[in-house]
Write a protein that binds this ligand. Structure first.
Ligand code: MG
Length: 227
């Protein structure tokens, strides 16, 4: 945990972020399904690097939650230190792209929203940031209009296109790097298209993004494993 080795170019890249910066409500249709208005400026939160897992590891449903949802997202991996980067230079700071599932304890998020508490708990459990199947070099992929989707047990749950993002990758890098320095290996999870829904013990997730590929994860309850 904390880092994941993924295929990259002719070898491997060790994804070892100092932080995972994630976007809330960056697709209009997802904002709607959460009964929310699309935001005027990016809304960001952090997921801890300890939540990272790679292919072959299961997503664990924690005992503390009764409802854990999937959110498939295009993940941008930063290639060099980025501080106060203007949008027009943003892609110079990108290494490449992968898929990240922003796993969310929705019941704990609802509670946090009501109480005005941060999202650290609902977004931060171990295994809540699965990534894969590989890192695609930025020179090999234009991320601006790619199909993005997710199936659970073979049934389609989420489908969209990255062109439906409210704030695009250059604006996100400009905004985030105006607040916090982005380091090589840091991840930006760019938000999820509509269709988020609950996961259960024994589920099999398939997520894909055009040009990156497909990644699969099993879902297990914390009670089903010895830990
Ligand atoms: Mg998300």
């Amino acid at each position: 945990m904390g880092y994941v080795r993924l295929p990259f170019r002719d070898g491997y890249y060790e994804v070892r972020p100092t932080k995972i910066v994630a976007l809330a409500k960056n697709y209009v249709e997802h904002a709607k399904e959460m009964n929310d208005e699309p935001p005027d400026e990016p809304i960001i939160f952090l997921k801890p690097p300890s939540a990272l897992i790679g292919p072959g590891n299961p997503i664990i449903l924690p005992r503390k939650s009764k409802r854990v949802d999937h959110e498939v997202e295009l993940a941008v991996i930063i290639g060099k230190r980025a501080r106060k980067v203007p949008a027009e230079k943003a892609f110079e700071y990108v290494l490449g792209y992968t898929i990240l599932l922003d796993i969310t304890a929705r019941d704990l998020q609802d509670e946090a929203r009501k109480k005005g508490h941060p999202w650290t708990v609902c977004k931060g459990f171990d295994t809540f940031a699965p990534v894969g199947p590989r890192v695609v070099d930025k020179r090999e992929l234009d991320p601006s209009d790619l199909e993005i989707g997710l199936k659970v047990n073979g049934k389609l749950r989420q489908i969209g296109r990255t062109s439906q993002m409210i704030f695009k990758i250059p604006e996100l890098i400009e905004y985030i790097s105006s607040i916090m320095t982005l380091e090589p290996g840091d991840i930006i999870a760019t938000g999820t298209p509509p269709g988020v829904g609950p996961l259960r013990h024994g589920d099999k997730i398939e997520a894909w993004i055009e040009g990156i590929g497909k990644v699969e994860f099993d879902v297990l309850s914390e009670d089903s494993i010895l830990c």
